[in-house]
Design a protein around this ligand. Structure first.
Ligand SMILES: [Zn+2]
Length: 249
């Protein structure tokens, strides 16, 4: 199959989609025990995709088809630091007007949040943390940029968020601080691409994943700050089931 045909298939497939906005998520879920990832599909009919879906995320990336993929264009504006502890992660709801362009399509940045350890694996290995930047196009199709964090220097820009982490479930923190989340991206932005799902209930599929290859650094102290709140909010990797992973060189 040539590259152009693949791209068309990706675009067709990505029309089976759902939106984060407007979900009425009901049954409580978590990362351990009876409410943990192995049981998500049993907690609610709305979560059936978690157990029955064949195109689930995250995955282990240990193989990829080289393809002449387009670079992602980032158009992120500064946003105020307004963080929410939703009981599953720390989330920053982004102000409107920031977006990416993938293959000519605009996807608006809605929110970003964090997982520790990483959800995706590369060659069977986790990174200590992963950030998800969730975007949506005007047809409510989702595209998520994943950024890995590796242990190293303190991340100055991340520290703007980490100073104010809301500790209690349901709590939020806002202030005068402003951040341009471009500063949370690696400088080199080549990526892996595959079609997957939300990594949390309801696990809906049709999500376009772009996993940046180059990690950014985070200090041990910054990692521990997050892990004090969420020590294991990563869904285990799911079977690939014949899907292709593409790589931009
Ligand atoms: Zn996520």
């Amino acid at each position: 199959m040539n590259a152009k045909v693949n791209i068309v298939l990706i675009l067709l497939f990505s029309s089976y989609v759902t939106s984060l906005a407007g979900e009425s998520v009901s049954a409580p879920w978590g990362y351990k025990g009876a409410n943990g990832p192995n049981n998500w599909g049993r907690l609610s009919e709305a979560y059936l995709d978690c157990s029955k879906g064949k195109n689930q995320s995250p995955i282990n990336i240990n193989w990829a088809v080289k393809l002449d993929l387009d670079q992602v264009e980032f158009h992120y504006n500064p946003t105020s630091v307004f963080l929410i502890n939703n009981g599953h992660t720390i989330q920053l709801n982004h102000s409107s007007g920031s977006y990416i362009v993938i293959a000519g399509s605009r996807f608006d940045l809605l929110q970003l949040h964090f997982h520790a350890r990483s959800e995706h694996q590369v060659n069977g290995r986790h990174y200590p943390m992963e950030m998800h930047l969730v975007h949506q196009d005007r047809d409510k199709r989702l595209a998520v940029i994943a950024v890995f964090f590796r242990s190293g220097r303190q991340h100055k820009s991340l520290q703007k968020l980490w100073k104010k982490l809301p500790r209690k479930k349901g709590a939020s923190v806002s202030g005068n601080a402003v951040i341009n989340v471009t500063t949370l991206l690696p400088n080199k932005r080549s990526y892996y691409h595959y079609m997957g799902s939300l990594t949390t209930p309801p696990c809906h599929e049709g999500v376009r994943w772009l996993v940046l290859k180059n990690p950014v650094q985070v200090s041990k102290r910054q990692l521990n700050t997050f892990k004090k709140l969420f020590s294991a909010n990563n869904r285990p990797v799911m079977p690939l089931n014949g899907r292709n992973i593409y790589t931009l060189n």
